[in-house]
Design a protein around this ligand. Structure first.
Ligand code: BES
Ligand code: ZN
Ligand code: ZN
Length: 479
């Protein structure tokens, strides 16, 4: 719970400070002491914790270094605030004051502070008997004129909460979040935040001729679910389409994954969970935009009914696909979802987001998503959104030449292109049904997952894409 106060005494005080502006009226004594001893300089990404005595009690002071105020400090701020809050949560107090200096009293900074506070307490620990639950119940922001930024604070909290929702869905095991429970989660979020949800079962999916999607679902006893979400906040305006990869567990199918590679594959619906969570944020904020989102949810499992290598599928678009690897399943569900949203829903622009290729992680590491696009302007908009949220993206080349890698003598497309340029060929595979509609394909295999709990991350799913898609949508109304 975040509150605003003019003045408040707490046993824990957090001070975010720029190195070129180390001024802190109330605690200048302590600060000068640290500066003299070179213990705190305000250097970016530093944290210093010290305590003083007040009678028998300890008062804690946590200093956050924000670096130079003329740099883009938002990521440093998010990370620093979250780390300071995590520290505060080990001190067994019920409240904490964040002393906000004038230099960061602006809408953007306060929104980000609120997101960081909200995310700092999350970890996927609900199945642990002895939880290290946070003790802090109130985060009190103290500073000049904070009342003017209540909306930004609420928006920041909402974005934190929706990111947590996305993480939670992706962290839950594959039997807890299966296609049906994923659909139920979308329905209940739609109810609470105000967007419409339709869920179609196998029969309807067959009628829609989404045969590539159906083939992937065949090996599992979980029924596939086509989840369609609509939020129309701008009658007559352009419609943006969002498509999220929703494989609730990816065993690899008959082209079975090695044991270790399978370990995080309950999170193979991270694209879907971020799309669903972004819809929650967009609808809750009642943004004047139109968004239709589609998730083709299924489980990629192994049985005698599994689709196989050497199968030839006819996708909804009519393009035929030769299967060389059943572990390249995401593009099969997505090619049908994209064709559905383009031809049935007639969206004007479309974004798909997917944990699609291990190759993306090899190329760009675990912090940056790979992007394939057919539209520079749309890419610029994505770069701007990424700049706002710190969810980094990087465009890869996609000249027609790469198409050779997914050619086959047996069908129109090969579902896997082998070792080279794996992220690009996966993207081009999807692009083959998109035509000229402005399109962004975001491969989040790397940044959907975090190995450690630094800053506003927790070990496990990151919810990458939730804030990014929200900003991408929101920024279009500011232009
Ligand atoms: N879900 C995986 C991709 C993935 C890998 C996501 C690591 C997150 C972390 C995807 O379905 C897959 O298995 N892709 C194959 C494609 C290959 C067979 C062409 C891959 O990346 O190896
Ligand atoms: Zn796979
Ligand atoms: Zn997958």
């Amino acid at each position: 719970m975040i509150k605003i106060q003019q003045n408040y005494e707490s046993k824990i005080n957090i001070y975010p400070l720029f190195k070129n502006n180390l001024i802190l009226e109330k605690t200048q004594g302590i600060l000068n002491n640290l500066i003299n001893k070179d213990l705190f300089t305000g250097e970016k990404n530093t944290l210093f914790h010290t305590s003083t005595h007040l009678g028998n009690e300890l008062v804690h002071h946590i200093f956050i270094g924000l670096g130079d105020s003329s740099d883009n400090y938002m990521e440093i701020l998010r990370s620093g605030i979250a780390n300071a809050c995590k520290k505060a949560n080990t001190l067994k107090e019920k409240d904490v004051v964040i002393q906000v200096p004038n230099s960061i009293i602006n809408g953007e900074a306060l929104e980000n502070i609120s997101t960081a506070i909200t995310l700092s307490t999350y970890s996927f620990n609900k199945y642990q008997s002895k939880k290290k639950d946070s003790t802090i119940e109130e985060y009190i922001l103290v500073g000049n004129g904070l009342d003017n930024f209540k909306k930004n604070i609420d928006e920041g909290v909402l974005l934190g909460e929706m990111t947590i929702l996305s993480r939670e869905l992706a962290n839950e095991p594959g039997d807890v979040i299966n296609p049906e429970t994923l659909a139920v989660s979308a329905i209940s979020l739609g109810d609470s935040s105000g967007f419409k949800v339709d869920v179609y079962d196998r029969k309807k999916i067959e009628k829609l001729r989404m045969n590539a999607f159906l083939a992937v679902s065949n090996g599992s006893s979980y029924e596939p679910q086509l989840i369609v979400m609509e939020y129309m906040g701008n009658q007559g305006g352009e419609v943006l389409g969002l498509v999220g990869k929703g494989i609730t567990f990816d065993s690899g199918g008959l082209s079975l994954k090695p044991a270790n590679s399978m370990l995080t594959m309950q999170g193979d619906m991270s694209g879907a969970s971020s799309v669903i969570a972004a819809m929650g944020a967009i609808a809750s904020m009642k943004l004047p935009v139109n968004v239709i989102a589609v998730v083709a949810a299924c489980d990629n499992s192994v049985s005698s009914r599994s689709y196989r290598p050497n199968d030839i599928l006819t996708s909804r678009s009519g393009k035929t696909i030769f299967i060389t690897n059943t572990d390249a399943e995401g593009r099969l569900t997505l090619i049908d979802a994209l064709d559905y949203i383009l031809t049935e829903k007639n969206v004007d622009k479309v974004v798909d987001i997917a944990t699609l290729t291990g190759a993306a992680e090899v190329a760009l590491g675990q912090k940056i998503a790979a992007v394939i696009t057919n539209n520079d302007e749309f890419m610029n908009e994505l770069n701007n959104a990424a700049n706002d949220t710190g969810e980094r993206v990087w465009e890869l080349p996609h000249d027609d030449d790469f198409m050779k890698l997914i050619e086959t003598p047996y069908a129109d497309l090969n579902n896997s292109g082998g070792r080279f340029a794996g992220t690009i060929t996966a993207g081009l595979f999807l692009g083959s049904v998109v035509g000229n509609t402005p399109w962004l394909h975001i491969d989040i295999a790397g940044p959907s997952w975090s190995e450690d709990s630094d800053g506003y991350f927790s070990k496990g799913a990151t919810g990458f894409g939730t804030r990014l898609l929200y900003k991408l949508v929101k920024n279009t109304i500011l232009i």
